[in-house]
Each structure stands twice: as structure tokens, then as C-alpha cells.
Design a protein around this ligand. Structure first.
Ligand code: APR
Ligand code: PHB
Length: 384
């Protein structure tokens, strides 16, 4: 079998890249280890920068997002119960769209016309320095696909980055000593906007998926077990970390999903190895505090899609030659912002009272300075 681009992974990065390429008439196949149903069962973040909204529109995958997504003009931050509003529209003239990653993935899956092989086992990458090909096993039979390029969109635990010799790639990592315990519930959100809360007991986030579905998180120790958290314990802990008015208004109910995600910052460099490119979580991880994971992945594939089209259709290598440098510039800015939001809002066991005073000073600075709020807003809605 032969195709122009083999994409490994059918998460949002792989599906969006596949769509951009098929719109341009480039032949691409996607290989995904899991079933479509499994991919759609993963609950991930839900805030789209406007650049991501525009990319999904360009991909022809924006109709349901515009019908069902919620445009947010700002967000709230609270510190020990003191609340501050960050007004994106006033500060930077932009907005974000609250629309779950699961829905983005479903829309991209629905619109795809090219081939996606789900439950492709034992995917292996070969000769990406020369004439690349990919092998995989499906229903007991091993297949070979020859191609011009391979796009590694297979997430943090994928095979693409793992196929590289250790000497070819540098990695930069920070693992935080805590995770987020998240609960999904079929109750209306407590507030029209998201609330990011710092409290002495730890961070909390009030988010949402729709006017009738909410997503809440609390910071927990890295080794915490989800089984130790009954719904009642979760709601009690969440309320303790919010200002009293918000705590009182929360509508609780039985959780329809509950899970713990570790927090990590990670970047691999470079993103190109001959004819293999990394994009999305395969290349970088951000802690979820700035809601950048999905947006970064879409930003990568917008660049990579154009670069591959130029190479395959115009015979120009300029785009693929500069992909890594251009993508990494954006990635590191989002890494910085996500790290900063995480540092401001979480309780770090090792920094003690000094650390909390510094965090409070940072919060007070934001409250008193339009310039500081503008910087937060500019990063949150997405840098150009
Ligand atoms: N072979 C084939 N597919 C694989 C393999 C493999 N060896 N390993 C992983 N995959 C698949 C995973 O099953 C998954 O469906 O690659 C896909 C990667 O998807 P994501 O993890 O969703 O990563 P990405 O598409 O880069 O999306 C970026 O945004 O909100 C953030 O971290 C969040 O998933 C999110 C991300
Ligand atoms: C979510 O709704 O899951 C969510 C929202 C904002 C974040 C992280 C997660 O910063």
C-alpha cells in the first residue's frame, strides 16, 4: 500500500491534520491503536482559543461548535475567597469558545473522508531518514504502508517519539507534585464563566461543557487514588476551596465521570527527524491550568499541514525545514504561560509560607494592574 502521509494517532491532532491534508487533495492515512469509541470516551479539557475556532472552521468542522459551544468573554480568578474578573473582551478584544475536546474529536471524525485504521496494533516506523514506511498489524495480519512523510500525532505515550534514538532528541520536563481530580456532572454550571481558585487547601476549578453539564476539579496529591473520593467527599472539598457565595450556589449530583490526571510540563526538541514530524502531545505536554493542550496541538498541525502541502504540491521544503523552529517558539510561550498559571494557583508543599505570600502578591498585582491582567488575557485567549 502507498499513501503520501501516514499519520499516527487519531486524537484531535491527527484528525485535524488528516482533514487539512484531505481538503488540499493530499492523500493521508491515519493509524490509531484504539477503537473510535475508546477515543471518544476520553474526557479532556474544553476551552478553544479563537485561532482554534478558526482552524476548525477552515477544516469545515465548525458547525456544531458554533451551534452548541459557549463563547466566553472572560474568566474569574479567586484567591482565598477574594474574586477578580479577567475581562478578555475589554482587555484584548478577543474571546474563547467553551466546547469539549471530545466534541471536537467527534466532529473531526464525522467529517473525515480518508481512511482511518482503528485498532491498528504494533505500529512501527521505518526508514524515516530515507524512504519512510510504516507497518502495523490488524486482525492478525501485518501490513506495510510506504509514504513520503510520517506525522507522529500519537500523544505522550505514542510510538513515534519512542522510535527516535535517544541521542537525536532533547527533552525538557517538570513533573508537579500533584494532580487534578476531575468530576463531570449533569448539572448547570455554578457561574456563567470559569472560576480558577487558589485556596490554602489547594487549587479548584469550576468549568463547564454546556448549560446543563459542568466539569469541576480539585488539586490532589500526586499519589491520590480516585477510589478514595466519594462524590460527597469531592463536593465538600470543592466547596471549601471556593468563595462562600459560589460554594453555596453549586448544584451537585452524581458524577458521570471521575478521574485523576497528573500535571506535567514537557517539551521534546526538535520536532523533525528526516521525514518524520512530531505534533501535539507527542511533542509536548502542558499542565491543564492554562487550557493550552488542545490549542497547541491544533496550532502545530496548522503549521505542519501547510508545510507538508508545500512540500508535496509545490516542491518547496521551506515549510518543513522551518516547522520545528516555528512550532517550538509558540510551544515554549504556551509552556511558560501554563507553568505560570500553575505556579500562581496551586499549593506547592515545598515552598511553604514564603511561596504562598509570593502567590498572594502576584494575585494582588493582577488585581491592581491592568497591564498584568492584559498579559494574562493575551496569553489565555492565545498568542498569534
Ligand atoms: N499507535 C497508534 N496510535 C497510537 C499509538 C500507537 N502506538 N500510541 C498512541 N496512539 C493514539 C492514542 O490512542 C490517541 O488516540 O494517538 C492518539 C493521540 O491523541 P491525544 O493523546 O489526544 O493527543 P493529541 O491528538 O496530540 O491531542 C492533544 O490536547 O487537551 C490536550 O492532552 C490533551 O489529548 C490532548 C491534546
Ligand atoms: C475543562 O473544562 O476541563 C478545563 C477548562 C479549563 C482548564 C482546564 C480544563 O484550564
Amino acid at each position: 500500500m502507498r499513501t503520501q502521509v501516514v499519520i499516527i494517532g487519531a486524537g484531535p491532532a491527527g484528525l485535524a491534520l488528516g482533514r487539512l491534508l484531505e481538503q488540499a487533495g493530499v492523500d493521508a492515512m491515519i493509524l490509531e491503536r484504539k477503537s473510535a469509541q475508546y477515543v471518544l470516551g476520553r474526557i479532556r479539557a474544553g476551552v478553544l482559543e479563537w485561532g482554534s475556532v478558526e482552524l476548525l472552521d477552515r477544516a469545515g468542522a465548525g458547525a456544531r461548535m458554533h451551534a452548541e459551544g459557549l463563547v466566553h468573554h472572560g474568566t474569574a480568578l479567586s484567591f482565598d475567597g477574594d474574586r477578580m474578573h479577567i475581562d478578555f473582551t475589554d482587555l484584548v478584544g478577543k474571546q474563547v469558545m467553551v466546547y469539549g475536546q471530545t466534541e471536537v474529536t467527534r466532529d473531526l471524525m464525522d467529517i473525515r473522508q480518508g481512511t482511518t485504521i482503528y485498532e491498528a496494533e504494533d505500529v512501527q516506523l521505518h526508514d524515516f531518514d530515507g524512504q519512510p514506511w510504516v507497518s502495523y498489524t490488524k486482525d492478525g495480519t501485518t501490513h506495510r504502508i510506504d509514504c513520503d512523510f510520517i506525522a507522529g500525532c500519537d500523544g505522550y505515550h505514542g510510538v513515534s517519539r519512542a522510535s527516535l534514538p535517544a541521542s537525536a532528541v532533547s527533552t525538557f520536563e517538570r513533573v508537579y507534585p500533584f494532580g487534578w481530580l476531575g468530576v463531570l456532572v449533569d448539572k448547570p454550571p455554578v457561574d456563567p464563566e470559569l472560576i480558577y481558585a487558589h485556596h490554602a487547601r489547594g487549587f479548584a476549578l469550576c468549568s463547564q461543557r454546556s448549560p446543563t453539564r459542568s466539569r469541576y476539579y480539585v488539586q490532589v496529591a500526586a499519589d491520590e487514588k480516585v477510589e478514595a473520593w466519594s462524590d460527597t467527599r469531592f463536593w465538600d472539598e470543592l466547596r471549601r476551596r471556593l468563595d462562600p457565595q459560589t460554594a453555596e450556589r453549586i448544584e451537585t449530583g452524581p458524577s458521570i465521570e471521575k478521574s485523576i490526571a497528573p500535571l506535567r510540563s514537557f517539551v521534546a526538541e526538535p520536532l523533525r527527524f528526516g521525514r518524520l514530524f512530531l505534533a501535539g502531545d507527542a511533542a509536548h505536554i502542558v499542565p491543564p491550568t492554562g487550557a493550552k493542550g488542545l490549542n497547541l496541538a491544533l496550532g502545530d498541525v496548522a503549521l505542519l499541514g501547510d508545510a507538508l502541502m508545500e512540500a508535496l504540491q509545490e516542491g518547496s521544503d521551506a515549510g518543513i525545514d522551518s516547522y520545528s523552529v516555528r512550532a517550538l517558539q509558540r510551544i515554549w510561550k504556551a509552556e511558560r504561560f501554563s507553568w505560570w498559571m500553575t505556579s500562581l494557583l496551586h499549593v506547592f508543599p515545598e515552598t511553604g509560607d514564603f511561596g504562598r505570600r509570593i502567590q498572594r502578591a502576584e494575585f494582588d498585582y493582577l488585581m491592581g494592574s491592568r497591564a498584568a491582567r492584559q498579559s494574562l488575557a493575551e496569553n489565555y485567549v492565545g498568542l498569534p
